[in-house]
Design a protein around this ligand. Structure first.
Ligand SMILES: [Fe+2]
Ligand SMILES: [Fe+2]
Length: 245
């Protein structure tokens, strides 16, 4: 049976996920507003609105996991970090490109294998139900990102080509800062002693994964997703240079 330390950790992680889902909903909502302003194709706008709705559902499901732990805690939603601030000097096209790459092409693409990994040894029913729904939706959120990129390319390929190297370098740096470098500095995890004591079997049953797994999954995602997907659009060299940093 799960001990109190485990349940505290589980509740803390799922609370963080509640906050993250609100963040995703808010960013996508801002993004969809820009898509409407630029008169993007209605099917892209509707796909974006559906994502906002999904993210709210993910927040509810994540909150249900916190409740299931029996730990009473409330998410600390930081209003200042919700939504996308519009840079006054940037065109709407550039904003859609920068954030489309960052949030959807990179963020939602790596989210798919991350959530698959979280679900792979998850047995606690409430957590499993949340991860089942999240995994299903994230595939569509990933596809949305690449559809957006294709649409931006169809509107102004030259502009995307000019901006992509800088955008990708910054976006890869951010995703690495979030998930760590494989085999390198991922050491904000518990000290070895604390880690030995920690019941990882129990935590995995609730859908948690150890920090080093994030870095491994990111490295694999570069090989399996980022590189071929940018390559298919003629950007393999650009992506490789940006990934190399
Ligand atoms: Fe989500
Ligand atoms: Fe998502």
């Amino acid at each position: 049976m799960a001990g109190p330390q485990l349940l505290e950790t589980v509740a803390g992680e799922w609370l963080r996920r509640v906050q993250a889902e609100y963040g995703s909903a808010a960013r996508t909502h801002s993004y969809v507003g820009w898509l409407i302003q630029i008169a993007a194709p209605p099917e892209l706008i509707r796909a974006g609105m559906r994502i906002v709705d999904d993210e709210l559902e993910h927040a509810s499901l994540a909150h249900a996991v916190v409740v299931a732990t029996g730990v009473s805690a409330r998410p600390a939603i930081d209003q200042a970090t919700l939504g996308l601030p519009r840079r006054s000097e940037a065109s709407l096209f550039d904003e859609l490109l920068v954030h489309g790459i960052d949030i959807f092409c990179l963020g939602e693409t790596v989210a798919v294998p991350l959530f698959v990994e979280m679900r792979s040894r998850c047995t606690q029913p409430v957590a499993k139900a949340a991860l089942d729904r999240i995994v299903r939706d994230e595939v569509r959120h990933r596809d949305f990102g690449w559809e957006i990129l294709d649409w931006l390319l169809s509107v102004d390929r030259a502009r995307v080509e000019a901006e992509l190297p800088g955008i990708l370098r910054a976006a890869f740096a951010r995703v690495r800062a979030n998930y760590g470098e494989a085999g390198a500095a991922v050491d904000e995890r518990p000290t070895p002693a604390a880690e030995l004591d920690f019941d990882w079997e129990g935590a995995r049953a609730w859908g948690l994964i150890p920090l080093p797994r994030y870095a491994e999954i990111l490295a694999r995602c570069w090989e399996r997703d980022y590189r071929p997907r940018f390559g298919k659009r003629g950007f393999e060299a650009v992506a490789e240079a940006a990934w190399a940093g």
